[in-house]
Ligand binder design. Structure first.
Ligand code: ZN
Length: 160
């Protein structure tokens, strides 16, 4: 068949089948063995880039192996941080950039917590190699959205 597309089972990135070898061109997951890595949770939020101190709209993916983030492609508008899972699906399929903003293996996560920064609360993820990530995953219609993320990451990474 012509123009065959392969869609990643984890990040939903669309690829030309003739270009694809064994791994997703964006998230790198093993496309030949999709049972190995599975998506557990996805949502839209804001990521605060550390060095530039700018926020970017992003989709956060939690799998049984890692936590990774895809930034929105420039010019993609229309998703607020209240967009939740439906906005995340749009970002996954068409509006997300090709590069990952970060990807943290679950075993490298040391601590996940909610922290009050200025007027809002952020999720702070600390890794065993002393990196720190700052995300805002609040949703307008789900006051517990961030709490749920902290719980889900804590559980998946098996942090006490
Ligand atoms: Zn992928």
């Amino acid at each position: 068949m012509k123009n065959d597309k392969i869609i990643c089972h984890v990040c939903a990135f669309k690829m030309e089948s003739k270009e694809v070898k064994d791994n997703c061109q964006r998230c790198g997951t093993d496309l030949q063995n999709p049972e190995k890595e599975q998506l557990q949770k996805i949502g839209v939020g804001n990521y605060v880039r550390k060095n530039i101190l700018s926020q970017c709209l992003c989709a956060l993916f939690l799998t049984n192996k890692r936590l990774f983030l895809v930034a929105a492609r420039k010019g993609v508008l229309g998703f607020g941080s209240d967009a939740g899972a439906s906005g995340a699906i749009a970002l996954r399929q068409g509006g997300g950039s090709k590069e990952l903003e970060f990807s943290i293996p679950l075993e490298n996560i040391q601590e996940v917590s909610e922290k009050k920064i200025k007027l809002s609360k952020s999720i702070i993820i600390k890794t065993k190699d002393n990196e720190e990530y700052n995300l805002n995953m609040q949703e307008l219609f789900n006051k517990k959205a961030q709490e749920e993320w902290v719980e889900a990451i804590t559980e998946e990474a098996a942090i006490q």
